[in-house]
Ligand binder design. Structure first.
Ligand code: ZN
Length: 188
């Protein structure tokens, strides 16, 4: 239920918190709700929230984007992954989300064995290096690589041990290309 339609700009005062709480595209400061992006103001009387809905183009990935993905398969010369989110963006992704990571783009160190760096089901942070003819990713950076992994046998969350991972249940180590903040990232 909308009471008002208006184009607003970042920083514009759009409501007061006594009447509407900040939601998508807005933020509150000292009881006043402001727009955080350009868009159409929606004052929702049902949920008592103020939203600013942007008219951005679909959320299609481009070169240089940092993304979160789940490793889908390990092959001889590459891993495949499903991109699930773009860093800093809540909106769902449009366009292609099936991506490949070539063995030469996995680690700063030389590797010729994909299965020693990534495993099926790993959550990874990666960077888009190309979008044509297909989506290509790299994890070749300290901050890129696995951020959360489960044991392939018992599904326990693996913990960091040295340069690799360790299953506290199976008492087994496995190698991995880890992001520098492995285990610190919460995925809900
Ligand atoms: Zn285990």
């Amino acid at each position: 239920m909308m009471t008002q339609i208006d184009l607003v700009f970042p920083g514009d005062e759009v409501a007061v918190e006594e009447e509407y709480l900040a939601a998508e595209g807005t933020y509150a400061e000292d009881g006043v709700v402001y727009a955080s992006q350009v868009g159409v103001l929606q004052l929702d009387d049902k949920d008592c929230v103020a939203r600013v809905l942007s008219h951005n183009p679909p959320n299609v990935l481009k070169e240089g984007d940092i993304v979160y993905a789940v490793v889908a398969d390990i092959r001889n010369t590459m891993a495949t992954a499903d991109v699930v989110a773009k860093e800093g963006v809540d909106r769902s992704l449009g366009g292609e989300t099936y991506a490949t990571i070539h063995v030469s783009k996995i680690s700063q160190k030389y590797t010729d064995d994909v299965s020693k760096e990534l495993r099926k089901g790993d959550y990874i942070r990666a960077k888009v290096t190309g979008v044509k003819p297909s989506l290509q990713l790299t994890t070749k950076d300290d901050h890129l690589g696995a951020i959360r992994s489960l044991c392939s046998k018992c599904k326990t969350e693996l913990v960091r041990k040295g340069d690799g991972l360790y299953c506290p249940e199976c008492k087994q180590s496995s190698s991995r290309k880890l992001a520098d903040d492995y285990g610190d990232v919460r995925i809900d």
